[in-house]
Design a protein around this ligand. Structure first.
Ligand code: ADP
Length: 402
């Protein structure tokens, strides 16, 4: 049993970035956070934040190892720091994009790291960087409890008829081709919070959670269990996203490769980084810029918004049907939390479900709460996501056991 005021570190190692935050348990109080970006380039930089204070350093050509060393220096620094010694970090939570077979968090062992590397066939950029990050962190913080929390775990409850594609069964088994789903900690947190706000047990209600950010996924949650989600084997499937295509006819890939001279090595980058809101609008991958341009009458910006909101509505409609009705639809992440325009468009014309968005509540909401009219059958909510709380809770629970 650990005493109060335990500090934990959460790490999210991306292909060219490293995000971190230090929180104090058991309340998950944030103490400091930061991000090292554009790693392995001449313009690599490091941003650190403690309360209202912010620092930025150039760290040209720094790699993940350099960024981790810098992070530990900053966290123990006289002004920038929140600990005096790295041994105060009793646990480290590694957020991992692809967790393959894992249906829950895992205490890091050599085998876990090898598994994470093997899932790089589905998420090459993310999982390789994550494995590098874990190895380095274990060396530098040998006395901390290291745990992985996978974005995919929450979706392991999706049944085979919903997680398999129409690909040859044997091939699918051999290569692990199936829907894994992502943003698991976010969907889990948002569903739990929705139940709390509705004052109903989570295991008594059905919810559609819409995580709409730079990457977006929509999940059907039946009494606390994910039963379907829009992202698939990789985070490319589903609705159109900042720079990702979302779902499309697979034959488009062949056509692009043949007629646009895109090689097999370039296609993943092309689909993930050069399409979506950015490619459709020709303006930006940021929804704020697109809403602003559409308001000024830019036709492609308006079309981009329409495509985005239509696709989200399509998932909501299909999940409403497969769940046999829902109690709540909850919005989260950058767009879901902040864009009253997108929420209004997504929730329009729901009278046939005796469901209605309250335009004033929708415009006024800051933070969490209901945005439906009083008589609305399905409750409509906004809940700011808090993936770090889920990860901190995992660490705290395991520290209690150790
Ligand atoms: P990530 O998937 O990287 O965690 P976020 O959840 O932070 O992304 O979402 C980032 C996106 O949220 C931005 O790209 C932007 O499009 C969108 N966003 C943030 N604020 C607003 C806003 N006020 N209106 C519309 N979109 C917004």
């Amino acid at each position: 049993m650990k005493s109060q005021n335990v500090k934990v570190l959460i790490i999210n190692a991306g292909s060219s970035s490293l995000k971190y935050s230090v929180l104090e348990c058991p309340g998950a109080t944030p103490l400091a956070k930061g991000i090292a970006e554009r790693l392995n380039t001449a313009t690599a930089c490091f941003n650190h934040r403690k309360g209202d204070q912010k620092w930025t350093w150039d760290i040209p050509s720094a790699n993940h190892g350099d960024a981790i060393r810098k992070m530990l220096n900053v966290l123990t620094g006289a002004n920038t720091g929140v600990i005096t010694n790295t041994s105060e970090l009793q646990a480290v939570g590694h957020r991992i994009v692809h967790g393959g077979k894992y249906s829950g968090p895992a205490v890091v062992t050599d085998e876990v790291v090898t598994d994470i590397e093997s899932y790089a066939i589905y998420a090459p950029l993310h999982n390789r960087a994550a494995a590098v990050g874990i190895r380095l962190m274990r060396e530098m913080l040998p006395h901390s409890l290291h745990m992985t929390v996978f974005d995919t775990s929450f979706h392991r409850t999706i049944p085979p008829h919903a997680h398999l594609y129409g690909v040859q069964y044997e091939l699918a088994q051999k290569l692990g081709i199936r829907r894994y789903g992502f943003h698991g900690s976010s969907h889990q947190y948002v569903a739990e919070r929705t139940a709390e706000l509705m004052k109903k047990p989570l295991d008594s209600i059905k919810i559609i959670t819409c995580h709409l950010g730079a990457g977006s996924s929509i999940t059907a949650i039946d009494r606390g269990r994910s039963v379907d989600t829009s992202m698939g084997m990789t985070p490319l499937e589903g609705v159109v996203m900042g720079t990702r295509t979302g779902s499309m006819d697979p034959a488009i890939v062949e056509l692009l490769m043949k007629h646009e001279n895109i090689s097999i090595d370039q296609i993943d980058e092309f689909m993930n980084r050069k399409n979506g809101l950015q490619g459709l609008s020709g303006i930006s991958s940021d929804m704020r810029d697109i809403v602003e341009a559409a308001q000024k009458g830019h036709p492609r910006a308006k079309l981009t918004l329409d495509i985005h909101n239509y696709q989200v509505r399509k998932y909501i409609g299909s999940y409403h049907f497969i769940l046999g009705g829902v109690d709540a639809i909850t919005f989260t992440a950058g767009i879901g939390e902040n864009s009253d325009y997108c929420r209004a468009e997504i929730c329009k014309d729901m009278d046939f479900l005796k469901t209605k968005l309250d335009p004033e509540k929708n415009k006024a909401i800051r933070g969490e709460g209901f945005i439906n009219t009083k008589d609305s059958k399905i409750k409509l909510l906004v809940v700011p996501t808090n993936e770090e709380l889920i990860i901190t809770r995992v660490l705290w629970d395991n520290l209690q056991k150790s």
